[in-house]
Every structure is written in C-alpha cells, then in structure tokens.
Design a protein around this ligand. Structure first.
Ligand SMILES: [Zn+2]
Length: 320
C-alpha cells in the first residue's frame, strides 16, 4: 500500500505517528576514516526532538547537534556534522539511512568520538540494533516534507532532482570505468520495509588504487575488507564477493536515503540522480529547503502494518 499525502485537519489516529526506540541500545566499532574505536548509544527521545547527536567524550565538549543539512561542515567521502565551534561528528549517513528506513523520527545518538562506527560498511547492523531495541509509536503525528514542484541541480557529469511523488522513492544511476561496477541503475520505493530488504546490506566501496591518496589526506584509516567492498582494476577483492549483484548502486541509494534524511523530516517525493554523491545530495536539499514554493510540511496517513511485522524476524548480522 502506498502512503497517501494528506493535509492535516486534526490529530486523528489515522495519521502516521512519530516513532522512537523502546529502549536504549549500544554498539562499538571502528571509525572508517579516523580508524578510532568508538562506542555509540541510541536513546529514545520525546516527540518533535528529531535526530540529535551528542559527543560524550572530553574532546567533543558536550557537543549536541541536530541532524540537519544546515549543520553539514564537510562532505568529502562522508557526511560530517559540526556546530561551527570545531567539534564534529563524521560518517553519519549510514545510521541516518537506517533511521529513515526504519521510520525513527526522534532519537539521541551519543558517541564518544568524532566519527560513528562503520560496522560492516552497510546500514544492516544499525537496522539490527533498532530492531533489538524495538520501535514505539508516540502520541504526535509525523510531519513530512511534501515536494510540490521539481528542483534540479546538475553539472556536466552529475545530476540530482527532487520531484513530487506519492511516496519516497529514489532512482539512481552510476557509471564507473571498472568492469567490476560498470553501469548500474535502480529505482526503488522506500515503503513497506523495502529499505531493509533492498538496500540495508549494501556496503560502502572504494578503489585500492585510491587508498594511499585517501590515507595521505587522513581518510579511510579504518577501512578494510571487513567494512568495505574493495575494487582493484576490474576485480572485487573481498573473498566472499558481493551481497547483491548491483551492490554498488544500492549503496549509493543508501547514502542518498541517509543524506536526504538531513532535511529534518521524511521526504514524500521522488529523488532522481545520476552519479550524485554526498556534496550534490546536500546541495539539492539546500536548494529545495531555500525555495519555499517547492515544498510544504504535511502529515501522512498511517501505513499498513507490513513494516511493523517485518521487524519481528531479527536479521543475522556479522559486525566488524
Ligand atoms: Zn556510504
């Protein structure tokens, strides 16, 4: 069943409610770019909080920062949020994708370092954490961003477009010279648990030829075959191969889902992109938010119960 966009007339129980976690839950792991060990705790938050990150270590200075595109301070290789005073939280996009895909509106994310753990390079371990903690409905309708007219950002090589739609959907194409990737495209409607089944297990990827350059720039220090698909020339180096035949484009869509959740609310509309990355994803989001005629806040009717049922079967995940 597709979500139907409806203007709010009251707080009727037919509207999709906001959701948070039932209980807090933690994990630890390595930062992909910093290589540092970090622990992360997800905590339930009251209605209308949104997703809020907290740095709990001494260097983090108690930084509390909303997951919003206005707070993006770096988009080289990953999405980094900051408060403008120097403290930052990097690589938030895979957790943000899991929160979007699982319909979590309100959450505190505590982390004792400057980067979220990369886990296995996908969003599946975060979906698993969310399922373990459980999801609870809150007594407040969910507010979404309904796209009213197309917004497009493009250059010679890349394109990103947001346009009106009945639900949140993404169409994405990539093209790489490596035959391990080649040309891939996919269209997906993010409804009824599609995120978990179609996208959540797709891992981040990189090219072995670029590793030295990235490391010289202080990036990918924690990267390994345990948390990324590594491509060398036309070969995938991971012994077990790929999780999906087109894992690369699925991961690019996963990144989009995470980046677009930095709108501060779920988007109802279609996102179409060609060779987009974090920087362009943020640019189109800023363009959309700055154009008040291109969107409005609204509420959506409750979805059917497929999504909830989907969470009854825990996912087996090997974490790095
Ligand atoms: Zn990614």
């Amino acid at each position: 069943m597709e979500q139907t966009v409806t203007i709010v007339v009251d707080n009727s129980a037919n509207y999709a409610p906001q959701q948070t976690l039932k209980s807090k839950i933690s994990c630890c792991g390595t930062g992909l770019h910093s290589g540092a060990n970090v622990s992360m705790t997800l905590l339930p938050a009251p209605p209308n909080t949104g997703i809020v990150f907290r740095r709990t270590d001494a260097d983090g200075n108690g930084l509390e920062i909303a997951a919003h595109v206005e707070n993006v301070v770096d988009d080289r290789m990953c999405t980094t949020l900051g408060d403008g005073q120097g403290a930052t939280i990097a690589t938030v996009e895979h957790l943000m994708a899991a929160l979007s895909g699982c319909g979590i509106d309100n959450l505190y994310v505590e982390v004792d370092g400057a980067e979220l753990p990369i886990m296995d390079g996908s969003a599946a371990p975060f979906v698993f954490l969310i399922e373990c903690a459980g999801i609870v409905e809150q007594d407040m309708p969910r507010r979404v961003i309904e796209i009213l007219k197309p917004i497009r950002v493009e250059d010679e090589h890349r394109l990103a477009e947001l346009s009106p739609g009945e639900c949140f959907s993404v169409g994405f194409e990539i093209e790489f010279g490596s035959h391990a990737i080649g040309q891939q495209d996919m269209d997906v409607e993010l409804v009824n648990g599609a995120f978990k089944g179609e996208l959540s297990r797709a891992r981040t990827f990189g090219f072995i030829e670029e590793v030295d350059q990235l490391r010289a720039a202080g990036l990918a220090l924690g990267g390994s075959l345990d948390n990324a698909v590594v491509v060398s020339g036309d070969e995938v180096l991971n012994e077990d191969g790929l999780r999906y035949k087109d894992e690369f484009v699925r991961h690019k869509i996963l990144d989009c889902v995470g980046d677009l959740y930095l709108a501060g609310a779920p988007i109802i509309g279609h996102f179409k992109a060609s060779r987009s990355g974090h920087a362009l994803n943020h640019t189109i989001l800023r363009s959309m938010l700055a154009d008040s005629e291109s969107w409005r806040y609204t509420n959506v009717l409750r979805e059917n119960d497929d999504l909830i049922e989907d969470f009854e079967e825990p996912l087996a995940v090997a974490t790095a």
